[in-house]
Design a protein around this ligand. Structure first.
Ligand SMILES: Nc1ncnc2c1ncn2[C@@H]1O[C@H](COP(=O)(O)OP(=O)(O)O)[C@@H](O)[C@H]1O
Ligand SMILES: [Mg+2]
Length: 452
């Protein structure tokens, strides 16, 4: 092979044909370096020397208990039933959302049941870790901690520690000598992940790797690592709210639609086993514009409050603002209400909020949004506890949604006596006498029953 010269950006790893002062991909100045093509090829083939052989699948034995329970049922469920040995789980999230807290609690739980765990921090000092551990009540002899940010000694320690579970906090704060860029750059983060995955696959440990999501599109963050690791969990939550949602976005060992709900408290994260009760706990009584609808996250139904505020008339066209709901769907719903119900909303500001910071992006919330807008516009309260769900089409028809029995049963469990939803969904469900199903096949049928 000819030793042709090519160029690579130290920051984002982009390959270029000629040198540039500024990388056209990530916009970084002075990050483009010369690299021989043969060096690229060498990098690619590194670690693939020697003879390899295949084995019949029936001859492969595996550990009798490949999964380790973290002791936090919400986390175990999102992982697909616990941590799988030799797997690498990336935990991504905004700084301050509670990633370190979550992992310290999970590892703390495992250590209190006798497992040896290792918590590696590149961000905090041992004293800071101790302050958090005291707050969370973690104090086991088998909870080992190390504060360091050099990759090679950390990997040595991981392979010799005999720990069942390791947490590496974080990919951005650890760096290897063999890569010529600062900690947190894409090439470092990628190298840290690849080298730790290699060590974990050869050990008996499972590993959590923390990755920060940066505001500007997750550059140098978990996005770079997603395809390398076995499982990707995102920890989300609004600073203004105490609840946090852990969501699996990739899982080689479980479903990706599961979520875990937690509440951030002074003593750490507490599991929210009844998210519906949690999200409805501060619902105002007797106010117009407030509606309860049912979402489904993974296999879990969650009742949530949707609020609408319709103000006007205002000069010119009214604004449409969404918090936690889909702005495109709101425009569609408003157009359908105007056309099919004759409500003149054009000169009104409309605000729609999914209360508590929850994400209500499913089409199944459409009918709830319609009801909240009608309620706010007419300043009438929906009198009885009603749960309203269903997708709204462009002709105003109300379409059936998936997982309707989960939604209906959750509402009944929480004492909702009136269930308003698509006819097809309600007809297919068997209701007890105490519950009144109110089928709606077109949004025209909604107004007469809403305030009855
Ligand atoms: N004394 C405290 N009381 C209540 N909450 C706290 C306390 N200390 C920290 N927190 C919560 O923990 C969060 C930081 O958690 P941390 O696990 O360090 O986040 P991350 O590792 O994702 O950056 C803070 O944003 C705050 O919500
Ligand atoms: Mg942290």
């Amino acid at each position: 092979m000819k030793n042709e010269i090519s160029f690579e950006c130290r920051e984002c790893g982009a390959r270029l044909l000629k040198w540039m002062g500024r990388c056209p991909h990530c916009g970084q100045w002075n990050s483009v370096e010369e690299k021989l093509k043969s060096a690229f090829a060498k990098e690619k083939s590194a670690g693939h020397h020697g003879k390899i052989c295949s084995v019949p699948i029936s001859h492969i034995s595996h550990d009798q208990s490949p999964r380790l329970s973290t002791g936090m049922s919400e986390l175990d469920r999102v992982l697909g039933g616990g941590m799988v040995r030799k797997s690498m789980v990336l935990v991504g999230g905004d700084p301050g959302v509670g990633k370190s807290t979550l992992l310290m609690q999970a590892l703390g739980g495992m250590s209190s049941r006798g497992e040896v765990v290792l918590y590696v921090t590149g961000e905090e000092s041992l004293e800071q870790i101790k302050i958090r551990a005291d707050r969370l009540g973690v104090m086991s002899e088998s909870f080992l901690v190390v504060a360091n940010n050099e990759l090679e000694p950390i990997l040595d320690l991981i392979s010799n520690s005999g720990a069942s579970v390791v947490a590496l906090d974080s990919a951005q704060s650890v760096a290897s000598h063999s890569v010529e860029s600062y900690a947190g750059s894409v090439s470092q983060v990628r190298h840290v992940a690849a080298a730790s995955i290699e060590v974990i696959k050869k050990s008996q440990s499972a590993c959590f790797l923390v990755g920060h999501v940066t505001k500007d599109g997750a550059l140098a963050g978990p996005k770079v690592l997603e395809h390398m690791v076995d499982t990707v969990l995102y920890f989300e939550g609004d600073r203004g709210y105490s609840y946090r949602v852990l969501r699996a976005v990739k899982n080689r060992f479980g479903s990706v639609s599961e979520i875990g709900v937690f509440e951030m408290t002074e003593t750490g994260l507490s599991e929210v086993l009844n998210p519906s009760e949690f999200f409805l706990s501060e619902r105002p009584q007797g106010e117009s514009g407030s509606v309860v609808t049912a979402l489904v996250e993974g296999s879990r139904p969650i009742l949530a409050e949707i609020q609408a505020l319709v103000c006007g008339p205002v000069p010119g066209s009214g604004r449409r603002t969404c918090l936690g709901t889909d702005p495109q769907r709101l425009s569609l719903i408003v157009a359908v209400i105007e056309k099919k119900l004759g409500l003149m909303l054009n000169d009104h500001d409309i605000f729609v909020n999914a209360v508590g910071g929850i994400r209500a992006l499913e089409p199944a919330v459409d009918l709830g949004i319609v009801a909240s807008i009608i309620s706010s516009f007419s300043e009438k309260t929906i009198p009885f506890p009603s749960m309203i769900f269903g997708e709204v089409g462009l002709s105003g028809e109300v379409r059936p949604v998936m997982k309707c029995s989960e939604r209906i049963n959750e509402a009944i469990r929480l004492g909702y006596k009136r269930i308003i939803g698509p006819g097809k969904n309600l007809d297919a469900h068997r209701f007890t006498k105490q519950v009144k199903p109110l089928p709606v096949n077109h949004i025209r049928e909604l107004t007469p029953i809403l305030f009855d």
